[in-house]
Design a protein around this ligand. Structure first.
Ligand code: DGL
Length: 255
């Protein structure tokens, strides 16, 4: 019996680290391979076929590294590629989905906001989620323009970050949203700034803890052993690996 569990995690950049952070909280002793497609970041406005091709390549790489399961820690890549990945590869894939359902249950004003990339907002998965929201609840959405760039640069505070966050948040607040879904894995790193701009009375939902619990269930269901003999994280990037290591340390506070 094999007692090694290797979990692959991918994103267009460092956003997936917000998901990795939650996964590692639940499963601290696994072996992780994190792939940042930095050379092609951001994915938000890219053609779906291009994103599918990148995901296929990265999944092949994960297979060659012995991954038992792979987390697509990117809403945009999930929207474009998860069906293809599930049909072409045999390992389980765990994807992201904007937390529209929990937001709809939690709103008091009857208006929920969704911040995500253009690719996620036009995806059929999101459109289906939105159309399933109960009558009487309004969903307003906006692209978090410039958010990915801020997080990639590690610019999480200051006047430029504040103005960028305020520009995308304003229409959602003006519409009366009191619960706002973070539909892109980069955005949770901007949570302190989002909360500052929105003020009290607005709640943000990061789906990462739910995704981490889902991964745990899938590993149990598939009988994939946890508690690796060699826990740790391997950081891979299509861009500069040193830069990824630095971001990892500054965003998560250590390896
Ligand atoms: N972090 C990604 C997401 O969750 C992608 C952001 C981007 O590259 O535009 O959608």
């Amino acid at each position: 019996m094999c007692d090694m569990a290797t979990i692959g995690i991918m994103d267009s950049g460092v956003g997936g680290l917000s998901v990795f952070r939650e996964i590692r909280r639940l499963l601290p002793s696994e072996h992780y391979v994190y792939y940042s497609d930095s050379a092609n970041c951001p994915y938000g406005e890219k053609d779906s076929e291009f994103i599918r091709e990148r995901c296929r390549e990265i999944a092949r790489l994960m297979v060659s590294r012995g991954a038992d399961a792979m987390v697509i820690a990117c809403n945009t890549a999930t929207a474009a590629a998860i069906s293809m990945l599930r049909s072409e590869f045999s390992m389980p894939f765990i994807g992201m989905e904007p937390a529209v359902k929990p937001a709809a249950l939690g709103t008091r004003t009857g208006v929920i906001g969704v911040l995500a990339t253009a690719g996620t907002l036009k995806g059929s998965n999101y459109l289906k989620l939105k159309s399933g929201v109960q009558d009487g609840i309004k969903v307003v959405e906006h692209v978090g323009s410039g958010f990915v760039e801020l997080v990639e640069e590690g610019e999480l505070d200051g006047t430029h970050a504040e103005a960028t966050v305020a520009d995308s948040l304003r229409p959602l607040l003006a519409a009366g949203a009191d619960v706002i879904v973070l539909g892109c894995t980069h955005y949770p790193f901007l949570l302190p700034m989002l909360e500052k701009v929105a003020g009290p009375g607005v709640r943000f939902i990061d789906p990462a803890p739910a995704v981490a619990r889902h991964l745990l269930d899938i590993l149990a269901q598939k009988g994939i052993a946890t508690d690796d003999a060699q826990p740790g994280v391997e950081l891979l990037s299509s861009g500069d690996p040193e830069r990824l290591k630095k971001s990892f340390v500054s965003l998560l506070g250590g390896i």
